[in-house]
Design a protein around this ligand. Structure first.
Ligand code: DC
Length: 222
């Protein structure tokens, strides 16, 4: 089990995806799970402050992963529909931290994550994988990068999706998410004591991928 945790927009998902593919492991994007739930809540106008509404909404949510037939990489499905694209826009990004801070939501997703990871040979990325979901993971990585670099990367990502968002707005969204992610009551974003820290500010994608692959190989070969 390889746990890749860290801040938003420091290249976690792209890195974890490629690490999984080089090792022949399954990739699970837990952020995508919280995003899919958020999309459902937005589509159905769920009142986040009403626990009854949240609970009955969760009963109607089915999040699953199916590999893309061309790439072999897992994509996220919400109630049978592929939502890999729909969950990446600013609307979901603006709400996902609030939704993922709700204890009932976390309980449901963590249950699913543990089920998905039980056969191992998995790279799972998120915020609390090494600290809470799989504290016994054989390899834990904590990714970080300078705030402005992360914001620039996120802005570029949005631009590639056709969303032109000003730098200040992207920074505001990131700051907002960092604050909620690190201060929420339930398993906040935090480095696990035995995690390897990778600061990606000065690294290329290839360098960060290789660092993790090498760490993994040294453990697998033991
Ligand atoms: O990795 P991401 O940016 O797609 O994650 C979206 C949000 O989901 C993030 O702001 C915090 C939340 N999240 C979480 O609380 N726990 C996880 N394991 C993964 C993501």
């Amino acid at each position: 089990m390889i746990a890749v945790d860290g801040y938003s927009a420091c290249g976690k998902s792209s890195t974890a995806k490629e690490v999984a593919s080089r090792l022949g492991y399954v990739y699970i994007d837990t952020g995508a799970m919280y995003r899919a739930v958020t999309l459902f809540f937005l589509q159905n106008f769920i009142n986040l402050t009403n626990p009854k509404d949240v609970k009955s909404a969760l009963d109607q949510v089915n999040v699953s992963f199916i590999p893309n037939p061309n790439t072999g990489i897992n994509e996220v499905y919400l109630n049978g529909f592929n939502v890999e694209e729909a969950i990446r826009g600013m609307e979901v990004s603006g709400k996902v931290s609030e939704v993922s801070a709700i204890p009932e939501v976390r309980k449901a997703m963590v249950y699913l994550q543990r089920k998905l990871g039980k056969n191992k040979a998995v790279v799972m990325d998120g915020r609390d994988i090494g600290t809470f979901v799989f504290p016994e993971a054989e390899l834990k990585v904590f990714m970080t990068a300078d705030f402005d670099v992360r914001a620039a990367r996120r802005q570029q990502e949005l631009l590639e999706r056709g969303e032109m968002i000003g730098f200040e707005e992207v920074k505001k969204n990131l700051q907002h998410r960092d604050t909620i992610d690190t201060t929420r009551k339930e398993s906040p974003l935090k480095k696990a004591d035995n995690a390897h820290v990778i600061d990606t500010t000065q690294l290329t994608m290839e360098e960060q991928i290789e660092q993790i692959v090498q760490l993994a190989k040294s453990i697998i070969d033991q």
